[in-house]
Each structure stands twice: as structure tokens, then as C-alpha cells.
Write a protein that binds this ligand. Structure first.
Ligand code: ATP
Ligand code: MG
Length: 395
């Protein structure tokens, strides 16, 4: 058995051994940085289905910010609590203050945070919100959240400029979790977008990179209709054939393992170019092989076992957290032959009434298990999920 390490790395936010097919986004982001450095602040929405590689792309963009001497304020864990104005504001303040503090300390020590790994190491994890903290800031209830964010960011910009930074880039992941909630009269998203617009028009060099599921651009548009003109969109999808090939073959070059061309093509077909599955299948193939030259026949012999593992490790875990109604809606969708199914057809084929069904579908969309291609039209974003549901339904 070849004694070389297995380079593939499936998992949420786990950097792949080779980041394939994101050259265009990286080039476009470099232009955003270039413009920020010359006095024009732009914003980006990074959106795409679960597991397509948004977070690992964001890691790369943090690294680019550091390479180019921009201050990155990154948070990878926005959640529903951040729809509450106080939590949102204290988190934002905490993250900005923490980054300024960390980078200042490093400067004093005449050291530079050079790599993304340095940036996220335990002493700095506060930057990413990976540790709990006690926010000490107060939200002034007499002033709107928008005004308070503007005031705070303006004040910080003076300080940041004095420290010699060309600009600040906010990279905020899972941002689809931040929503305006009418029932509480909370308008965090609308206020935040309003504040971005305001601070940028006052000449602060802040760029905002908001990242999340496909529902993110919809949330943003609903919050502020003019927001469409404020953001460039990076639509993160599955990798095309050539990029999928690179994602598989590039990491192997540093190892003893070799996959035949037919095998690579077959993996691409079976995974649909879905980045998480590429990592998963390749890791499994290597773990199960006792020779370094692997061909299509070797793979075919273990393919069903790989799919069983995938069902257990990936799909079962997602299904476990769903309500009966949500599972029913998924099963009905899976049983339909069309790729895109309408709300009406799901309703007709299930015995779920309109209100509850629309709640189930919204929750499923938030979890990234279904995707709303257009109003009232749904599809599965994750390859093999429909096949999995049909198999489950059968058992
Ligand atoms: N461009 C890529 N090339 C190769 N592998 C990739 C690429 N992008 C992502 N991956 C792999 O896919 C997996 C999922 O990536 P990531 O967690 O960034 O997805 P995500 O879009 O952020 O998912 P989620 O919406 O669930 O947060 C990881 O194992 C990662 O290594
Ligand atoms: Mg992610």
C-alpha cells in the first residue's frame, strides 16, 4: 500500500488541496482591491448552494487582502441571532476592534500576519468569532441602528487611515442568516445596507463582501431595493469539467497516487462537479486502495460503498434535523421526474396545505437542501440527493 498521505479534504470550510476553477472570482476580487486602494469602494455578494466552496473562496480572499495590505475583518459564523440589532451591532464592533487591536499588536512586535493560518490561529480567533465573548457595547435605542453603524465606522476609519491602511475589507459568511424580521420590527439588513451606502459615499474605504446561500441576494434586494446597484455578484456553482479535473489531478501530483483518465471522468460524472463530493469521493477511493495506480474498474468495485458512506456521513445528518413535514415535502419533490418542480405540483402531490408547505420549503431553502430557481419553482441543488431520497423512500 502506498504510504503517501491522502490530500483530499472534505468538510465545511476545509481548504482543499487545490482550489480549482475560481480564477475568475479571484481576478475580479483583485480589481475590487485595486479600486479600493485608489479610492473607490465596491461590494460583492458571493452566493451559491451549500458545499460549492464559498467559505474556502472567502479564505483565499482574506489571504489576498493581507498580501495587499488591506485590513480584513472576517466572520465565518453569522447566525439567526445576528438579526437582532444589538447582537448585530456589538458583533460588528467587536470584530472591527479586534482586528485593529490584533494588527496593531503585531506591528508593535514588528511582525506581520502573513498567512490565513496565522490569521485564524487560536490567539486571534476572536477575529472570527470562533470563541465566545462578552460584548460590552451598548446600543443607543434613541438613534437608529443605521446611524449608529455609520457613526461608528466613520470614527474607526479615521483611526485606520492613521495606521496607514489603504482600506478595510469585511468578509462576512453565512450572511443569509441575517434578515429583517417585521414581527419584531427589526431591520438589521436594511439598516446595514443603508449604512454601507452612507459610509462609502462619505469616502470611507470599506468594501463589503457578503457571502451565503442563494437566498442572500433575495434578502438583500427585499431589504433595500436600490441595493442591486451596490453589489457585484459572484455566483458560485459546481465546477465545470476542466476545473473538476484539476481539483482531482493537481493534488495527486504531490503524491504517489495516480488515477486513470477514465476514472477521473467517472468521478466527475458521479459527483456532478460538486466540490464537496469531489473531495469526499477522492478521499474514499484513496483510503480504500491498496495500490497507487487506480483505474475505473477499481473504483466501480467500491462505488456503492462510497455512496453508502456519503449517505451516512452527509445526507443522513441533514435529514435528521428536519421535521416530518419537511421530509414529506422533500420526498414528494424527489418523486417527480422534472428537474424543476412547481409549488402547486408539490402541494397537489402531498396532503400539506399551502401555509405549512410554504414554511417547510422556506426552511429547506435556508438549510440549502432545495433551491428556489424562480418564484414558486424549486429544484435540488446537491447532486445525488434526489437519488438518496428515492432510495430512502423505498426502504
Ligand atoms: N474550488 C474548489 N476546488 C476544490 N475543492 C473545493 C473547492 N471549493 C470547495 N471545495 C471543497 O468543497 C468542500 C466544501 O467547501 P465550503 O465549505 O467552502 O463550501 P460552502 O459553499 O461554504 O458550503 P456551505 O454553504 O455549507 O457553507 C470543502 O471540502 C472544500 O475543500
Ligand atoms: Mg460555507
Amino acid at each position: 500500500m502506498p504510504n503517501h498521505f491522502n490530500p483530499f479534504n472534505p468538510g465545511a470550510g476545509r481548504d482543499p488541496p487545490y482550489l480549482a476553477g475560481r480564477e475568475e472570482e479571484i481576478d475580479r476580487f483583485s480589481l475590487v482591491l485595486r479600486d479600493l486602494g485608489t479610492g473607490r469602494a465596491e461590494n460583492v455578494l458571493i452566493h451559491g448552494p451549500r458545499g460549492t466552496g464559498k467559505t474556502v473562496l472567502l479564505h483565499k480572499l482574506v489571504q489576498l487582502c493581507m498580501d495587499e495590505d488591506f485590513l480584513p475583518v472576517a466572520r465565518f459564523q453569522y447566525n439567526e441571532k445576528h438579526s437582532k440589532p444589538k447582537t448585530f451591532f456589538t458583533t460588528l464592533q467587536h470584530d472591527v476592534d479586534k482586528v485593529i487591536e490584533t494588527f496593531s499588536k503585531m506591528e508593535k512586535a514588528k511582525k506581520k500576519i502573513q498567512t490565513f493560518a496565522d490569521y485564524i490561529k487560536p490567539t486571534n480567533v476572536g477575529i472570527l468569532g470562533a470563541v465566545s465573548y462578552e460584548p460590552s457595547y451598548a446600543l443607543n435605542t434613541n438613534t437608529s441602528l443605521e446611524d449608529q453603524i455609520v457613526e461608528y465606522l466613520m470614527q474607526k476609519w479615521n483611526l485606520i487611515q492613521k495606521k496607514g491602511y489603504k482600506g478595510v475589507v469585511f468578509l462576512l459568511d453565512e450572511f443569509h442568516m441575517v434578515r429583517d424580521t417585521k414581527q419584531n420590527d427589526w431591520h438589521v439588513l436594511a439598516d446595514f445596507i443603508g449604512a454601507i451606502n452612507d459610509v462609502q459615499s462619505r469616502g470611507c474605504m470599506y468594501s463589503f463582501i457578503l457571502c451565503g446561500l442563494p437566498i442572500l441576494p433575495i434578502n438583500i434586494k427585499i431589504a433595500r431595493s436600490y441595493s442591486e446597484r451596490m453589489f457585484t455578484s459572484f455566483n458560485i456553482t459546481n465546477l465545470n469539467h476542466d476545473s473538476s479535473r484539476m481539483a482531482i489531478t493537481e493534488p495527486l501530483k504531490k503524491t504517489d497516487w495516480r488515477f486513470s483518465d477514465e476514472l477521473v471522468d467517472s468521478i466527475i460524472r458521479d459527483t456532478g462537479g460538486y466540490p464537496y463530493f469531489i473531495q469526499f469521493f477522492c478521499r474514499e477511493i484513496i483510503n480504500r486502495m491498496d495500490k497507487s495506480d487506480v483505474g475505473l474498474g477499481d473504483y466501480e468495485r467500491i462505488k456503492d460503498m462510497i455512496k453508502d458512506n456519503l449517505s451516512r456521513d452527509f445526507f443522513d445528518r441533514r435529514i435528521e434535523t428536519l421535521s416530518d413535514g419537511q421530509i414529506k415535502a422533500l420526498q414528494v419533490m424527489a418523486s417527480m421526474p422534472e428537474k424543476k418542480v412547481t409549488f402547486t405540483s408539490i402541494q397537489k402531490s402531498s396532503d400539506i396545505t399551502k401555509g405549512p408547505l410554504s414554511n417547510h420549503l422556506r426552511r429547506l431553502e435556508e438549510k440549502g437542501l432545495i433551491y428556489r430557481a424562480k418564484r414558486g419553482i424549486y429544484q435540488f441543488p446537491i447532486p445525488l440527493f434526489q437519488e438518496y431520497l428515492l432510495r430512502k423512500n423505498h426502504i
